[in-house]
Design a protein around this ligand. Sequence first.
Ligand code: GRF
Length: 215
Amino acid sequence: MKNLGILLSGRGSNFEAIARNVQAGEIPARIAVVISNLPEAPGLARAREMGFDARFIPSKGKEREAYDREVVAALKECQVDIVCLAGFMRVLSPYFVREFPNRILNIHPALLPAFPGMDAQKQALEYGVKLTGCTVHLVDEGVDRGPIVCQAVVPVLDDDTVESLSARILKEEHQIYAEAIRLLVEDRIRVEGRRVIPDQPGGGVAAGARERTVP
Ligand code: GRF
């Protein structure tokens, strides 16, 4: 069974969704460790309550690669196969990415390549798009740039605030993150250049995209 390592810096709702899916057998893997770079991250406290190996590895005042070496050492000690970034507010060094080639996933609250970086929901609202969503992608050495595994589309409503839009996107994040992790855990994705092709048992349409109408 594959081991997951979850990295977070905040609320941890994506971590909790992953944990629920693991518990329900939807993701056939084990959460080997949860790591936060911030001591006060609610997600870290939640992971402890849930009985996971939950570690605070402080990043403050450390060079990027020096910090990443500590995190990678902890992940290797826990025999982690797949790393899931779940609101981890740090850019990974090339060293980290090379240690887990095509084995690191990130979730971003917009339809990449639109609105990378911080405050993606606010960027989408201010830009005036009518559809936005979320993206799970493999992590390469760029920021919010690696090959896309799954996306979900969410409408932007006329009376949306950043909060209401973020909440609508978050529901989809929890769904597609589990789907993407499952594909990677089951070794069912093939990467061709920038394209990620899910292998469907028995063929069929790629499972990596979903569309939603107005709720
Ligand atoms: C999510 O919106 C995710 O897309 C982004 O950071 C946020 C983390 O939320 N990368 P949570 O901590 O998982 O609740």
